[in-house]
Design a protein. Structure first.
Length: 340
């Protein structure tokens, strides 16, 4: 029996964008530095309205591994620009990401050692995260949005199938979070992918989908969380009431990218379908929804997707209404979320 090759040294730069996180960022930083693989922690202050900058300055003075950066002029640029700056400043062979209100668990990089040792072609490794709640309001909004406490890819996929899974060509694949993603710095720079600074929500999901097409990403620990998402009343994901609109903007960006990125026709079609369906769900008023429905009328096979049927139900009753909520829940119960 062949011995498993020895894991190479795993020296990681962790990129942490910081905005309005003075209550949480110290715990996030300490959780990352507790992992022996973390040799550099890059804080990028994004000019939040609270005292985050002072907290970050104190942290940077407390440990030589912590480096603090700001945007030129000390202005607010958003999470995408902050992560792009952090990736540019990273000096270690591997890059990982952590939001300032989230936590790494002690075994955050355990699977990475094995995967990178066994698969020399691996550009990155992804795992699972779970959620913990800072306050009752955050928990209530999380439940109301129907979010899952364990965010993960549901089964091991070879790298060449991951892109199709993330865009829905392989139903039931799930997805993974940036908090559970580790990538080789050289691979990231070679493929030239950066976060879309025009997106202010779902920018991380859009980035990971593009990377899954450009790079060879392997599953690590997908059945057990390696990081924790901190949920509170000020989270963007729980605070926003425009989730479908943000998803539509994400798929619009992916649609533009796919046109020139050598994406196979079936995948481009799927991205366009996702864009149309999220546009339908985000449309304001029956007239706008009817306009989107006219665009999908020439694609009869789309009606096999219950997310389209669910969006069309909004023409009858808004989901926020009693009738709309009942029809929405009944439809997903009958068809199941895993069907195409």
């Amino acid at each position: 029996m062949e011995a498993t090759p020895a894991a190479p040294p795993l020296a990681v730069s962790v990129v942490v964008p910081v905005y309005n996180a003075e209550k949480f960022v110290e715990a996030a930083v300490r959780s990352a530095l507790a992992c022996k693989e973390v040799q550099e922690l890059i804080l990028v202050d994004d000019a939040g309205p609270d005292n985050s900058l002072a907290v970050c300055e104190a942290l940077a003075h407390s440990d030589p591994r912590i480096k603090l950066f700001r945007h030129p002029g000390g202005i607010n640029r958003g999470a995408s620009a902050s992560r792009n700056l952090g990736m540019d400043m990273a000096t270690q062979p591997y890059i990982a990401f952590l939001d300032a209100d989230d936590l790494f668990l002690p075994h955050r990089f355990t699977a990475e050692h094995q995967v990178f040792a066994q698969h020399p072609d691996a550009d990155g490794v992804y795992g699972a995260i779970d959620a913990y709640f800072h306050d009752a309001e955050g928990h209530a909004r999380f439940v109301q949005r129907g979010l899952q406490e364990l965010t993960t890819v549901t089964r091991p996929l070879p790298p060449e199938e991951l892109f199709g899974g993330l865009i829905g060509l392989l139903p039931g694949t799930g997805h993974f979070s940036l908090d559970a993603f580790t990538v080789k710095r050289d691979s990231l720079r070679r493929c030239g992918q950066r976060m879309d600074e025009e997106l202010h929500m779902n920018e991380d999901s859009e980035f990971l989908i593009r990377l899954s097409h450009a790079l060879r990403l392997y599953p690590g620990c997908i059945s057990q969380a390696v990081a924790r998402r901190g949920v509170h009343r000020d989270n963007r994901i729980t605070r926003t009431r425009q989730g479908d609109a943000h998803a539509a903007r994400m798929y619009a960006a992916l649609h533009r990218w796919a046109a020139g990125a050598g994406v196979p026709r079936a995948a481009r079609d799927r991205i366009r379908e996702n864009w149309l369906i999220t546009r339908l769900r985000a449309a304001n008023g029956r007239r706008e929804r009817a306009g989107v429905l006219l665009q999908v009328a020439a694609r009869p096979r789309l009606w096999r997707r219950h997310d389209l049927r669910d969006g069309a139900l909004a023409l009858v009753a808004r989901r926020e209404s009693w009738l709309g909520d009942k029809l929405h829940k009944l439809g997903w119960w009958f068809y199941g979320r895993q069907r195409p």
